[in-house]
Design a protein around this ligand. Structure first.
Ligand code: MTE
Length: 320
């Protein structure tokens, strides 16, 4: 059961759930633990690149995003240490996540758009193309990593969707399938996982839709086949395994914000001077190091994104 250790950044579940449900959940977890633990000993953390992979040859590295200021974190580390609550609340969900079937994945685009549509991943990539970018990632839990992602700018998705003039936000939703993702049976979580951004954020150069990493098709545990990476925001904003994209004029509430809005705000911009209510955000621990390092404002991307928040103070407003 060691790997069911509760992450420190989540509020204690008995503060959001009534005790009977809370206890029941513990029993469910106890039942699941042994098998999943053994499975971790196996190999095959993710999908290997196949000849028919859309990333053979590997897409070109975008020179503007080639240097993240730190070395890339080894894939052997990042692919075994994940947050993907649909598959469990431990970091070691890589084996469990292989249950996700990403074949024939279709994304629904709707809400305030000129014409709603559905599109398969392959067709989407034909329209957007792909490139590689090396990005820092800073989790709100204060661990961090550097990953070479493959994907396309979120702006291209916005252009394709053609939001109407009244649309102000883009909202993404993760798949919902309790047969595949057992934790989605847990009714105390507001499934499906949802995250949103202002259209200005979505159209910033850094906002990235991700379909691959380390030159390969995205590992399932990374959020295959399509996820977001917003490198200047805390990691919980970077939603995985997206099935739905919509546009709205109402500020959306994310998954964690719905659970605990005092701890997981809408903006969630990385800010070393604005602490989480229960711990400091001044430093972070890279996954490949024993030493903590200083956390940078906007995770080091102030030059690209500070303009988005001009007029806000750099603390509270950027968090909530
Ligand atoms: N997306 C979904 N659908 N479910 C999740 O549990 N966790 C978030 C984010 N996106 C999460 C998610 C959090 S808290 C983090 S830090 C990152 O995914 C982790 O991404 P990684 O596992 O690729 O490191």
């Amino acid at each position: 059961m060691i790997y069911h250790r509760r992450p420190s950044w989540i509020m204690k579940e008995n503060t959001v759930t009534d005790e009977a449900v809370f206890l029941n959940r513990r029993q469910i977890m106890a039942g699941m633990g042994a098998g999943a633990g053994l499975a971790l000993l196996g190999t095959g953390a993710g999908a290997a690149m196949t000849p028919e992979s859309p990333f053979s040859p590997r897409p070109g590295l975008n020179g503007a995003f080639a240097n993240a200021g730190r070395a890339v974190t080894a894939e052997s580390i990042t692919s075994k240490y994940n947050n993907f609550y649909e598959f469990g609340s431990s970091k070691r969900i890589s084996k469990e996540a292989q249950k996700l079937n990403t074949d024939d994945w279709v994304i629904e685009v709707g809400g305030m758009v000129n014409k709603p549509f559905r599109i398969g991943i392959e067709d989407l990539l034909k329209k957007t193309g792909t490139e590689e970018r090396i990005y820092r990632h800073r989790c709100v839990e204060a661990w961090s990593m550097v990953v070479p992602w493959i994907g396309f700018p979120m702006r291209k998705l916005v252009d394709l969707a053609q939001p109407t003039s009244g649309a102000k936000y883009i909202v993404f939703e993760t798949f919902m399938d309790t047969k595949v993702a057992k934790e989605q049976k847990a009714s105390w979580y507001p499934w499906p996982y949802r995250e949103g951004y202002t259209l200005a954020e979505a159209q910033n150069d850094l906002a990235f839709m991700v379909v691959g990493a380390y030159g390969k098709v995205l590992h399932k545990q990374f959020g295959a086949p399509l996820r977001v990476h917003m490198p200047w925001k805390y990691g919980f904003k970077s939603i995985k395994s997206i099935v739905k994209v919509s546009f709205t004029n109402k500020r959306p509430k994310g998954f964690w914000e719905s659970l605990q809005n005092k701890e997981y705000g809408f903006w969630a911009n990385v800010n070393p001077e604005y602490d989480h209510p229960r711990w400091s955000q001044a430093t972070e621990k890279p996954l490949d190091s024993d030493e903590r390092v200083p956390t940078l404002l906007y995770n080091g991307y102030a030059e690209q994104v500070a303009g988005l928040y001009a007029g806000n103070d750099q603390g509270r407003i950027n968090w909530f």
